[in-house]
Write a protein that binds this ligand. Structure first.
Ligand code: SF4
Length: 471
């Protein structure tokens, strides 16, 4: 899409993404201030001039170079740092190794590919590949790896990129990662127009490749397959083949299917629970509970207004939950359960308290996926509840946006932003309640006739905010 897509269809960065970019630049500058590298300077846009200056600094034996420009043919790379090391190269007994500075807590495979790309450019410039590459993480730790360990994979990926550049058009593959991609609107529109088979939830790339090879490229074609034959031919378990075919059929006719009904105990009180967390500050900052009783419902937020406040907010949450010992605690997906365990350990909660709470927790995502198949592209709470008719108060609300609101509140003290995060959490709790009621109705339950928003069948995974440092 970067090479051939229509730039007018590319989505601009969200406020959260801009914040990550700004955090990345800030972290980079902090590391530069500490290491004091020589920064390459050149006229704006004159990358060839930047490459000449970088080479001059390398030939002069500069120990550490920031923002060097590496160029070879039509490939250009600007590593955060180039570090002088002993080694074999055209520099006579010395070479340079690439270093990236990331606002992440751990190295990701994509960082290794990025560094292999810089190493490849260094090899083109200096005559041989350096041995090592490095990542400086958000806490200042340095992760070093051998480039030989990633070279084969790098060359496969590069080969694919080169083929795309030369005109090969790979098929679209809609997956959960698309929600974080600026090309999502364009790809989703294309996939919907062509009824692309990758709209089928749970379709792995490997299986999609097999299907396309067999000419099964649309939802309609997949919906018409015999699951038993498909399982045998595609080398996947029969249950998986059946689920894919059924999901495609449901997307084709827009009608949900029920595998079984699900029952809920009749209790005098019910709690719908949702947590917000900020990985950058390592804090779970908001615990929202929607309490429903025969007299009505009430939402309460336990908020850590700063990360040091997490323990107090958590203790208040526990006291609240324990005040309604017979109320089931409904949540969506396993995040709340694992977060509760983590918090209990972190804050030294009496071990006798947690099992009773965990016992009362019920994951509605588990109930949903084992009970019904919906005409959605994703089973995130957002995608599901929107299809059931729920509308979030803030149109751009998402887990990532909530983190942005919270971290900006931490910096600026602007309470309206914290209020937005609370409002988003309240919506999540109400959406969870709506889903529970929908499931309780059983096969008579209705969907929204057709999503009024184009992408209502789809929504970025609510529990997968872009981790700081992905940029
Ligand atoms: S939206 Fe998805 S399929 Fe399209 S370019 Fe992005 S990641 Fe790839």
């Amino acid at each position: 899409m970067e090479l051939h897509g229509d730039p007018r269809t590319k989505r601009g960065p969200s406020a959260f993404l801009k914040k990550l970019l700004a955090d990345g630049v800030h972290h980079e500058e902090t590391v530069y201030a500490d290491l004091k590298p020589v920064r390459v300077t050149y006229a704006p846009g004159d990358l060839a001039g930047g490459a000449r200056e970088t080479l001059r600094l390398m030939r002069a034996g500069t120990p550490l170079i920031a923002q060097g420009v590496l160029m070879y043919g039509d490939r250009v790379g600007i590593p955060d740092l180039l570090e002088l090391r002993p080694g074999a190269s055209a520099l006579d007994g010395a070479t340079y190794e690439p270093v990236e500075i990331k606002t992440a807590r751990a190295v990701k495979p994509v960082y290794r590919l990025q560094l292999a790309f810089y190493a490849h450019l260094l090899a083109d410039t200096l005559g041989s590949w350096p041995e090592l590459a490095h990542v400086i993480l958000v806490d200042g730790r340095r992760d070093t790896f051998t480039l030989a360990s990633v070279r084969e994979h790098y060359e496969t990926v590069l080969g694919g990129v080169v083929r795309v550049k030369e005109g090969e058009e790979p098929p679209v593959h809609i997956s959960s990662t698309c929600g974080e991609c600026p090309w999502e609107p364009a790809c989703l529109t294309h996939a919907e127009e062509t009824r692309d088979v990758s709209l089928t939830y749970g379709l792995q790339r490997r299986v999609a490749r097999y299907l396309r090879g067999e000419g099964i490229e649309t939802l309609g074609a997949l919906a018409a397959q015999d699951p038993v034959a498909l399982a045998a031919q595609a080398g996947i378990p029969p249950g998986q083949a059946g689920a894919l075919v059924l999901q495609a059929q449901v997307l084709e006719d827009g009608q949900p299917r029920w595998r079984r009904t699900v029952t809920f105990a009749d209790t005098p009180a019910e709690i719908f629970f949702d947590i917000e967390g900020d990985p950058e500050h390592d804090v779970l900052y908001l615990f929202g509970v929607l309490l429903r009783t025969p007299t009505g419902e009430q939402y309460t937020a336990f908020v850590a207004e700063n990360p040091c406040d997490e323990r107090r907010a958590f203790e208040e949450l526990l006291t609240f939950l324990e005040a309604y010992p017979a109320a089931p605690i409904y949540h969506y997906h396993d995040y709340e359960r694992s977060a509760l365990r983590k918090l209990a350990t972190r804050h030294g909660v009496d071990p006798a308290r947690t099992p009773q709470l965990l016992e009362r927790m019920r994951d509605l995502n588990h109930d949903l996926v084992s009970t019904a198949v919906l005409p959605v592209y994703s089973y995130s709470l957002k995608a599901v509840a929107k299809r059931l008719g729920y509308r979030w108060s803030h149109p751009e609300a998402s887990a990532a946006q909530s983190i942005f609101w919270y971290s900006t509140w931490l910096k600026t003290g602007e309470r309206a932003l914290l209020d937005l995060a609370v409002e988003y959490n309240a919506d999540d709790c109400r959406a969870t309640r709506l889903l529970k009621d929908w499931l309780a109705q059983g096969p008579d339950a209705q969907l929204l006739p057709e999503a009024s928003e184009p992408a209502a069948k789809w929504s970025q995974r609510a529990r997968s905010p872009i981790p700081a440092g992905d940029l």
